[in-house]
Design a binder for this molecule. Structure first.
Ligand SMILES: [Zn+2]
Length: 251
């Protein structure tokens, strides 16, 4: 799944079209039914930003196009009328460049769902106070590993960065929010923000625990553990020594 930093990279690529009046096409039949092209064709693109896992394209007249890439979507910026194979979902064509969206299962002119998202972990600077407040407003029995993936509480953290941030903060993904001090919650969030910002700038994803089950913890040498967590059973990775904390079922 594209993580938040991949979305921010796409947003940067699309900046080349900002300020231009765009020709908009939706070649894919499933995209055509959205009527996005009819509504946006000929309008000026005012801004592109990544919010959580969504890419928001703001057009004049208050129109906002939301694109969520799910598992398979991909944005590409090409020279205008360059050669390409296949049927893209959306083409935004400017004077010299065009942005092409492949396999974009979510494409809609609607802002209502965006408003329900938590503060963006990749905002510059990230609003850590607002995120801590959101997590404090959630059910205090929720494990922090689950809470960090809840896009309504904080937008943009995927499975990889939740594992890495919690390892760096030395907090078990299994600890309920009720057991954590505000300062600990804040540390986990600031580690996630720092790591994701670093990855966005460098293009690198340095991993200590993610998909390293059974390998030694880089800090203490104890084997990393993994187990599905939460309703969606996303795999959590943690060091039982320096993060502590066990899944409830194992107690
Ligand atoms: Zn360790």
């Amino acid at each position: 799944m594209p993580e938040g930093d991949a979305l921010h990279r796409a947003a940067r690529g699309l900046q080349v079209l900002v300020g231009e009046r765009l020709e908009v096409e939706t070649p894919h039949p499933r995209a055509r039914v959205t009527r996005v092209a009819q509504r946006l064709d000929g309008r000026k693109l005012l801004g592109v930003e990544a919010v959580g896992k969504n890419l928001l394209l703001r057009f004049e007249d208050g129109l906002v196009l939301r694109s969520h890439l799910r598992m398979s979507g991909r944005w590409q910026v090409l020279p205008r009328n360059g050669t390409r194979r296949g049927t893209p979902w959306l083409v935004l064509r400017g004077a010299e460049s065009e942005a092409v969206l492949w396999n974009g299962p979510v494409l809609e002119l609607d802002e209502s769902r965006i408003r329900s998202l938590g503060p963006d972990i990749l905002a510059d600077p990230p609003d850590l106070d607002a995120m801590v407040a959101k997590l404090r407003g959630a059910d205090s029995r929720t494990a922090i590993g689950e809470a960090l993936l809840d896009q309504r509480l904080v937008a943009g953290i995927g499975n990889l960065w939740r594992a890495e941030a919690l390892w760096r903060a030395r907090i078990s993904p299994w600890r309920p929010l009720a057991e954590l001090e505000d300062e600990e919650v804040r540390t986990a969030l600031s580690e996630a923000a720092r790591l994701m910002r670093g990855s966005l700038d460098s293009g690198l994803k340095v991993r200590a625990v993610y998909r390293k089950a059974g390998r030694p913890c880089p800090r203490c040498g104890v084997p990393i553990r993994s187990q599905g967590q939460g309703d969606q059973n996303r795999i959590a990775y943690w060091c039982p020594q320096c993060q502590g904390g066990e899944p409830a079922a194992a107690l």
